[in-house]
Ligand binder design. Structure first.
Ligand code: PBG
Length: 324
C-alpha cells in the first residue's frame, strides 16, 4: 500500500495539524430569555441548564459569559398573557421591560454585540408572528408593526436586529425604516431560511409563545424544500440583509452549505432549542456525553458553511474550552 490515510491520524498533534474546522467562542451567539422583575432565575423545564432571567440576574450571567469569551447575545422576552394583544402593542411600548432591559445591557456592557428578536409572537394573543385576520396571517400590515418594533429596539441600542417572522419584504421594509430614522449602523441578521419545525418546541415553552391555533406553515418554510431557500436568500440580499441565517441547523446542513456556496454574506445557523434539549435529555439518561456531542454538533454546523452559530451550548462550550 502506497497510500495509508491512517498516517494522518497517528497522533493528537498530527490530527490537530490537519484539522480543517474548529469552533471558537468568537463564532457563537448565546440566546438568553428575559422576564420582568427582579432576582429571578428560573430554569426552563424542557431546557436543562437554560434559564429565564430578570434583568439583574441576566447582567450577572452576561458578565460571567464575557469572562469566558462569549461576547454576543441574542435576547428574547417572555411576556405574561395579560400583556399580549392582537397587534403586539407591548413590543414598541418604550417602558416595556424588554426594551428597558436591552438598554441596560448596552449601558452596563457597551462592548457586547447585542442582538434582538423581531416577530410578533411573544407579544401576540394569537401566538403568531404576524397579524391574524379571519384565521389568516396578513403580511403587509404586519410589516408596519415589525418596523415599529425594530425602531424601538434600535433606539434601545441593539447592534443587530433579528427578524424571525418570515413575512415577505420585511428585511427591506425594516432597513428603510432604520435608515430613515438615522440607524444606518444597526445590522440586520435575517432569518432567511426558517423552516416550520418541530424543534422549536422547548423555545415556545420558554416564552409561552405557542400559536393558539393552527401552525406556522403559511410563513415558515416546508422542510421538504431546498430551492426556496435560494429565493429567500436572493430577496434578503437585495433588501439589504447583513447576515443570512438558516434555522434550525442540524436537519438543514445541506441548506447551510448551499447558502454558503452561493452567497458571499456571512452565514449564521441557529442550533435551536429542540436540538439542544434532545442532547441534554439523552445525557440525563446517561445515553451520551453531552460535552462531546455538543462539540461534534457545533463543528458539523461550522463545517457545513456557517461562520456564526446561535446556540444554547455557548456557555458550556466556552467553559470546556477555557479548561483545555
Ligand atoms: C419566533 C421564534 C422562534 C424561535 C426563535 N424566534 C420560534 C417559532 O418560530 O415558533 C425558535 C428558537 C428555538 O427553538 O431555539 N419568532
Amino acid at each position: 500500500m502506497n497510500r495509508r490515510p491512517r498516517r494522518n491520524r497517528k497522533s493528537n498533534v498530527v490530527r490537530n495539524l490537519i484539522q480543517e474546522t474548529s469552533v471558537s467562542v468568537n463564532d457563537l451567539i448565546f440566546p438568553l430569555f428575559l422576564i420582568e422583575g427582579n432576582k429571578k432565575k428560573v430554569e426552563v423545564s424542557s431546557m436543562p441548564g437554560i434559564y429565564r432571567f430578570s434583568i439583574d440576574t441576566m447582567l450577572t450571567e452576561i458578565e460571567s459569559c464575557l469572562k469566558l469569551g462569549i461576547s454576543s447575545f441574542d435576547v428574547f422576552p417572555a411576556y405574561p398573557e395579560e400583556l399580549k394583544d392582537t397587534v403586539a402593542s407591548e413590543s414598541y411600548n418604550p417602558e416595556t421591560f424588554y426594551l428597558k432591559g436591552l438598554r441596560e445591557i448596552k449601558k452596563e456592557f457597551p462592548e457586547v454585540c447585542l442582538m434582538s428578536d423581531v416577530a410578533m409572537d411573544p407579544y401576540s394573543s394569537d401566538g403568531h408572528d404576524g397579524i391574524v385576520r379571519d384565521g389568516k396571517i396578513v403580511n403587509d400590515e404586519t410589516l408596519e408593526i415589525l418596523s415599529r418594533m425594530s425602531l424601538a429596539q434600535a433606539d434601545a441600542g441593539v447592534d443587530i436586529i433579528g427578524p424571525s417572522d418570515m413575512m415577505d419584504g420585511r428585511v427591506g421594509f425594516i432597513r428603510n425604516a432604520l435608515d430613515e430614522n438615522g440607524f444606518t449602523d444597526v445590522s440586520i441578521m435575517s432569518y432567511t431560511a426558517k423552516y416550520a419545525s418541530a424543534f422549536y418546541g422547548p423555545f415556545r415553552d420558554a416564552l409561552d409563545s405557542a400559536p393558539k391555533f393552527g401552525d406556522k406553515k403559511t410563513y415558515q418554510m416546508d422542510y421538504s424544500n431546498a430551492k426556496e431557500a435560494l429565493i429567500e436568500a436572493d430577496l434578503d440580499v437585495e433588501e439589504g440583509a447583513d447576515f443570512l441565517m438558516v434555522k434550525p441547523a442540524l436537519s438543514y446542513l445541506d441548506i447551510i452549505k448551499s447558502l454558503s456556496e452561493n452567497y458571499p454574506l456571512p452565514i449564521a445557523a441557529y442550533n435551536v432549542s429542540g436540538e439542544y434539549s434532545m442532547v441534554m435529555a439523552a445525557a440525563e439518561k446517561g445515553w451520551l456525553d453531552s460535552g462531546r456531542a455538543m462539540l461534534e454538533i457545533l463543528t458539523s454546523i461550522k463545517r457545513s458553511g456557517a461562520k456564526i452559530i446561535l446556540t444554547y451550548f455557548a456557555k458550556e462550550f466556552a467553559q470546556i474550552n477555557s479548561k483545555k
